[in-house]
Design a protein around this ligand. Structure first.
Ligand code: PMP
Length: 392
């Protein structure tokens, strides 16, 4: 009998020549358990997903309860489905008034797709501005606004009329013009290696969008739901985007995403043409129930409040001459090493010692620290010790 590992390589479409190929039997809280009983600390939350930990009991219960009632009934936007409306209401209650209308989708990429279409439709303009080293998804529209030529070139032609600027470069913002439908930016860049906007960059971007009438889209697919120490990362900068993208940490481990705007902007998708954006599974009832429970857990416990203290503990504990810097905010951190080879050696040794981490798509010399927000101080210190031992 072939092992699951053999079947994985034989039958599943592969995305790289060197997958981790770890097989997990069960996961709970910050831990994942392999078949041999080996325990791993999940220091990356399945890349920003398991923010309230694996298999949170409230989420598991919500999934079970909803599955007992109904799962799929009808395509998105036709039936009144209680988990969807309650989720949208709770989101709106925790967002500024201008972000009061929620379109539910299945993933981050789809949230990006929907938002780009909404911006073009609402403004009647075509140009889209994005940033270098940005990651917004892997579908053709979201790939078009990825800030990396190497990843894009093999798949051209992509969307036309896309302009790429440098993140944090205020002097380039005058390239945003009255032709620009929207500017899409990660509030804190993820795959670039946890790059925090500096010196009023996002405020200047908001200002330029106001001057030109371009819609401002913030992608908080990685940074949202408390990860950076506020419920929403844009709260650090005292500005509000016109469209907000959510996914990953939204579903408590179930697949769901959203693009959020004002009702006034969002109504552009309901006429001329009608059905301007359609999804069969978007906001699936079971996923929406999970997302509702997830958001309740986060907001009832104000989970983001302890995050900055935990960041501090990581920064204080991860001290070593080989560490060049630690970038990022909250529990969205990048530990910078000299080069990829060194970083990869450390990551491999961490995995052997039961700590799962990885590098970033556009910063392969940086080690990713993005654990569940519920990680305890003791677990942080233990994980840091594994990393420090791996450096030695
Ligand atoms: N935006 C950001 C900032 C992301 O980190 C990701 C996923 N890494 C996406 C969009 C795409 O999300 P998904 O993989 O769910 O399509």
């Amino acid at each position: 009998m072939p092992s699951n590992r053999e079947l994985f390589f034989r039958y599943l479409g592969q995305t790289s020549a060197f997958p981790l190929a770890v097989e997990i039997e069960r996961a709970e809280g910050v831990y994942m358990y392999g078949q041999d009983g080996k325990r791993y600390v999940d220091l990356i939350s399945g890349i920003g997903v398991s923010s309230i930990g694996h298999r949170h009991p409230r989420v598991v219960q919500a999934v079970k309860d909803q599955a007992e009632k109904y799962m799929h009934l009808m395509v998105y936007g036709e039936f009144v489905q209680s988990p969807q409306v309650k989720l949208a209401e709770l989101l709106a209650q925790h967002l500024p008034h201008s972000l009061n209308n929620v379109y539910l989708v299945n993933s981050g990429s789809e949230a990006t797709e929907g938002a780009l279409k909404l911006a073009k439709r609402h403004t009647g303009r075509t140009e889209i501005v994005c940033f270098r080293k940005a990651y917004h998804g892997s579908t053709q529209g979201s790939l078009s606004v990825m800030g990396d030529e190497r990843m894009k070139n093999a798949f051209r032609p992509l969307l036309p009329d896309v302009r790429t600027l440098d993140y944090n470069a205020i002097e380039q913002l005058d390239q945003i013009s009255a032709r620009t439908a929207c500017v899409i930016a990660e509030t804190i860049q993820g795959e670039a290696g946890a790059i925090v906007p500096e010196n009023g960059f996002l405020q200047a971007l908001r200002q330029r969008c106001n001057e030109t009438g371009a819609l401002l889209i913030f992608d908080e697919i990685q940074a949202g739901f408390g990860r950076t120490g506020k419920l929403w990362a844009f709260e650090h900068f005292n500005i509000v985007p016109d469209i907000l993208l959510l996914a990953k940490g939204m579903g408590g481990g179930m697949p769901i995403g959203a693009f959020v705007a004002s009702a006034e902007i969002m109504q552009s998708l309901s006429h001329s043409p009608v059905l301007g954006h359609i999804t069969t599974f978007g906001g699936n009832a079971v996923c929406a129930a999970a997302a509702l429970a997830n958001l309740e857990v986060i907001t009832e416990n104000i989970l983001w409040e302890g995050v900055l203290e935990k960041e501090k503990l990581f920064r204080e504990t991860l001290r070593h001459p080989a560490i060049k810097s630690i970038r990022g905010k909250g529990l969205m951190l990048a530990v910078e090493f000299e080069n990829f080879e060194q970083n990869k050696r450390i990551i491999d040794r961490c995995l052997e010692s039961g700590v799962l981490t990885d590098w970033f798509l556009f910063a392969d010399n940086c080690l990713r620290v993005a654990p569940p927000l519920i990680i305890t101080n003791e677990q942080i210190v233990d994980a840091c010790q594994v990393i420090l031992d791996a450096i030695e």
